[in-house]
Design a protein around this ligand. Structure first.
Ligand code: AMP
Length: 183
């Protein structure tokens, strides 16, 4: 069984690499961004609240994200191995995750850190066309990532094995590198 956490700036290729990894390793793909988008589509209260933050490129408040993740991790498929994609984005979320994992007797095996430069991020995101992918929002998401999410890596440094991956080049070549390092 394998439990993975994927960390990377917006546009670092997290979603693309997550799809390769989950196919190959048969993991439950837990993307908090996807969970929020599903809530928006279904018109839930959580979706309406989250959308206001997402549209600006800000983080959805920790308590809402933590509760949503707890419910998702409690679903049956998580027991066979999971991959977290886009969570945790704050140290507060990381600490909450630690408690959940202890309670559920799950253990995180590795963190995959996708490293990318800002120009690549902007090029990739503008080519993607999601509603929150305009220059203004992207710039804010990068700023938020640097101030709030980079400390998450420091938090795990020395606690959990971190694979640093240069996420430049083609999606497949990046994936080959990840795959070789996981094994
Ligand atoms: P993503 O699909 O991972 O790029 O996430 C899209 C947006 O959803 C982010 O810009 C945030 O507004 C929100 N979001 C997703 N995951 C989280 C999280 N763990 N904490 C706070 N906000 C999140």
């Amino acid at each position: 069984m394998l439990n993975i956490m994927l960390i990377g700036a917006p546009g670092s290729g997290k979603g693309t690499q997550a799809n390769f990894i989950k196919e190959d390793f048969g993991l439950a793909h837990i993307s908090t961004g996807d969970l929020f988008r599903a809530n928006i589509e279904n018109g839930t209260t959580l979706g309406t609240t989250a959308k206001a933050f997402m549209d600006k490129g800000d983080l959805v408040p920790d308590d809402l994200v933590i509760k949503m993740l707890y419910e998702r991790l409690s679903e049956d498929d998580s027991k066979n191995g999971f991959m977290l994609d886009g969570y945790p984005r704050t140290v507060e979320q990381a600490k909450a995750l630690d408690s959940m994992l202890t309670e559920m007797t799950f253990k995180l095996d590795i963190i995959i850190n996708l490293k990318v430069n800002d120009e690549t991020v902007i090029k990739r995101l503008l080519g993607r066309g999601r509603t929150d992918d305009n220059t203004e929002t992207i710039t804010n998401r990068l700023k938020v990532f640097k101030s709030q999410s980079e400390p998450v890596l420091e938090y795990y440094n020395g606690k959990i094995k971190i694979l640093n991956i240069e996420s430049e080049g083609t999606a497949l070549s990046i994936y080959e590198n990840i795959k070789n390092k996981i094994k």
